[in-house]
Design a protein around this ligand. Structure first.
Ligand SMILES: [Zn+2]
Length: 296
């Protein structure tokens, strides 16, 4: 095989890191240098979970991964059954099947990656790493996220050379459900940020990094009430966020309002792929506010 066929897709690459259940309002109090670095190189913006979407992990991650709303993907809860993900697949599956790109997805929550609970959301990425927590406890989820991170570092550094990746970290959400949004929750967010740092370091350590153009998107699905828990319509539960940097995004620049459906649109745009209109994506790429037409 020639080297050109091993590296077929040009310099663009995308890494999406999904951190479940991180409250936006607590971030300023926390030590999250790696998320701060992504935000400084691009932006960090609130995302409001729309009125039609339950503030639950299943529907929110489905919207993030597919770029269409619940009305299309049909994931209404944490059991994903009855969905239309065959018609509206996640971006790792779409890019692999239609665009012959190498893609990768990793994490420890079953319905995202396994044929369990109506899943998987990430149906057919080029490479898939499901790493189970031993039990659904905060401690076991920290171990799980640690192993997911180590696995992703290996894959991102290796010969697979995925052009688009999704890495899921679930310990923060588990901690809130068990212990509320107190000290342990805050420590878990900081641990997730340290894992983000290791993923970013893995990109920078790639032999070809200087010639590559990486887009990094960090996203959460929903918030939590103070006591831990979500699914309702309070501002704390509905407020999610996205941070991103990469080609076309202005460092520190404001962006037009960002929605969960925009994440997949940004993934395609970052890879310079124009979505087929038949996909009927509901999102649009992140748009710097500077591109607004000035008002007369
Ligand atoms: Zn969640």
């Amino acid at each position: 095989m020639s080297s050109s066929s091993r590296w077929p897709a040009g310099p663009r690459r995308v890494l999406v890191v999904g951190i479940d259940g991180v409250r936006l309002d607590l971030l300023p109090e926390l030590n999250t240098p790696h998320l701060d670095a992504v935000a400084a190189a691009g932006f960090l913006a609130p995302v409001e979970v729309d009125d039609a979407t339950p503030t639950m992990s299943g529907p929110c991650w489905a919207t993030i991964a597919t770029g269409v709303t619940v009305a299309k993907h049909g994931v209404w809860g944490n059991h994903l059954g009855g969905n239309r993900l065959d018609v509206f697949p996640d971006f790792t599956t779409r890019l692999a099947a239609v665009h012959h790109r190498r893609t990768f997805a990793a994490g420890g929550w079953e319905p995202l990656f396994l044929a369990r609970q109506g899943g998987p959301l990430f149906a057919a990425p080029g490479r898939l790493s499901y790493i189970a927590p031993l039990e659904d406890t905060p401690e076991d989820w920290e171990v799980c996220d640690e192993r997911v991170t180590a696995e992703a570092v290996t894959v991102l550094a290796g010969d697979d050379d995925p052009q688009a990746s999704f890495v899921y970290l679930g310990a923060v959400d588990e901690t809130a459900h068990f212990l509320g949004c107190g000290a342990e929750y805050r420590r878990s967010i900081e641990a997730a940020d340290a894992r983000l740092g290791r993923l970013l370091a893995a990109l920078r350590a790639r032999p070809g990094y200087a010639d590559e153009e990486w887009t990094v998107i960090v996203v959460t699905d929903h918030g939590h009430v103070d006591a831990g828990g979500h699914g309702g319509r309070s501002a704390q539960e509905r407020t999610a966020w996205v941070a991103a940097c990469g080609p076309g995004l202005v460092p520190g620049g404001a962006v037009l309002p960002v929605r969960h459906v925009d994440v997949a649109a940004q993934v395609f745009a970052a890879l310079e792929i124009v979505p087929d209109p038949h996909w009927t994506l509901d999102g649009r790429p992140f748009t710097p506010a500077a591109e607004l037409v000035p008002q007369a």
